[in-house]
Ligand binder design. Structure first.
Ligand code: BO1
Ligand code: ZN
Length: 262
C-alpha cells in the first residue's frame, strides 16, 4: 500500500488521490446529530459472544504506524446484527491534548478524548478480514467513545505495554483478557449507520455501531496514549509522534442514521 498520514502532503485532504474510495459519498466518521437520527424499534441489543478471551492464547499488540492494534481471535464474535461477524482486531484513535479531542465520530459536534474500534468481518460470508474488507456487507465495527474520568484496569491491559511498541512494526504478545471490560454497560443504546473504513483504502463496507454511553480512562492513561507512540520506525531520524490519528467527519448525505433508543 501507498503511504498515507493524517497531516501534510499525504494527509486526509489528499487520500482520495491514491485511494479513490476516500472521496465517496458514504464515508466515515460522521457527526451524529440527535435531532436527525431515527428511532428504529427493530434494532436488537448487541450480543458479545466469546468476548472473554482470557482463556485463549496470547494476543499480538502492534504499532502499525497509524494506531496501536490488538489482534483478536475469530472465535470472538457479535450477534444481533444481520449476519454473524467475527472479531479481527481492535485499535484506538486519539488526540494530542488532554482535551475532548481525538474521537472520530462526534455527537452534535461534540468530540470525545478518544475512540475504541473493535473491527469484525462477516464470517457468514467471508473467510477473513482482508477478503471481507472491500465487500459492501463485509465489516461491522463497534465504536466506543472514551472520556477522561476513572482509571480503567481493562484499558491498562493494553496501555501498560505502549512503551514496548513505541515504533512502527513493533509487536509484542500480551495476556488475553475479557474484552467486554472495554465496553460500556448499556449495550442496548447505540447509533447505527452504513459507512466506511476511516482510513485508506476507505472501503464503504462498514456497518457502524456507535455506543451512546462513553467509557472512562484516567488522565494519566490518556497521557500514555498521547505521549508514548511514534508513527515511524526507530531508524528514521526525525521522530513523528502518533497523535491526532483521527479523520475529520464526512457528510451524511442521503444516509439514514438510526438509534436503538428514544
Ligand atoms: S476503522 O475501524 O474504520 N478505523 C478501520 C480502518 C482500517 C481497517 C480496519 C478498520 N483495516 C484495514 C487494515 C489493512 C487492510 C485494509 C483492507 O483494512 O488495517 O491492513 O489492508 O483490507
Ligand atoms: Zn478505527
Amino acid at each position: 500500500g501507498r503511504k498515507w498520514t493524517y497531516t501534510g502532503p499525504d494527509g486526509e485532504l489528499y487520500w482520495d488521490k491514491n485511494f479513490p474510495y476516500c472521496g465517496g459519498v458514504h464515508q466515515s466518521p460522521i457527526d451524529i446529530r440527535s435531532d436527525v437520527v431515527q428511532y428504529d424499534a427493530s434494532l436488537q441489543p448487541v450480543e458479545l459472544l466469546y468476548y472473554d478471551v482470557s482463556g485463549a492464547s496470547m494476543l499480538s499488540l502492534k504499532n502499525n504506524g497509524h494506531s496501536v492494534e490488538l489482534s483478536l481471535p475469530s472465535s470472538m464474535c457479535i450477534g444481533g446484527l444481520p449476519y454473524r461477524y467475527s472479531a479481527a482486531q481492535l485499535h484506538l484513535h486519539w488526540g494530542s491534548t488532554m482535551q475532548p479531542w481525538g474521537s472520530e465520530h462526534t455527537i452534535n459536534g461534540k468530540r470525545f478524548a478518544a475512540e475504541l474500534h473493535i473491527v469484525h468481518f462477516n464470517s457468514d460470508k467471508y473467510a477473513d478480514l482482508t477478503t471481507a474488507a472491500d465487500k459492501a456487507d463485509g465489516l461491522a465495527v463497534l465504536g466506543v467513545f472514551i472520556k477522561v474520568g476513572q482509571f480503567s484496569p481493562a484499558f491498562n491491559r493494553i496501555l501498560k505495554h505502549l512503551s514496548s511498541v513505541k515504533f512502527r512494526d513493533q509487536v509484542i504478545q500480551v495476556l488475553p483478557f475479557d474484552i467486554r471490560d472495554l465496553l460500556p454497560e448499556k449495550l442496548n443504546e447505540y447509533y447505527r449507520y452504513d459507512g466506511s473504513l476511516t482510513t485508506p483504502p476507505c472501503y464503504p463496507s462498514v456497518l457502524w455501531t456507535i455506543f451512546r454511553q462513553p467509557v472512562e480512562i484516567s488522565s494519566e492513561q490518556l497521557n500514555m496514549l498521547v505521549s508514548k507512540l511514534y508513527c515511524n520506525n526507530f531508524q528514521e531520524t526525525v521522530p513523528v509522534m502518533m497523535v491526532d490519528n483521527f479523520r475529520h467527519t464526512k457528510d451524511v448525505n442521503r444516509r439514514r442514521v438510526s438509534a436503538s433508543f428514544r
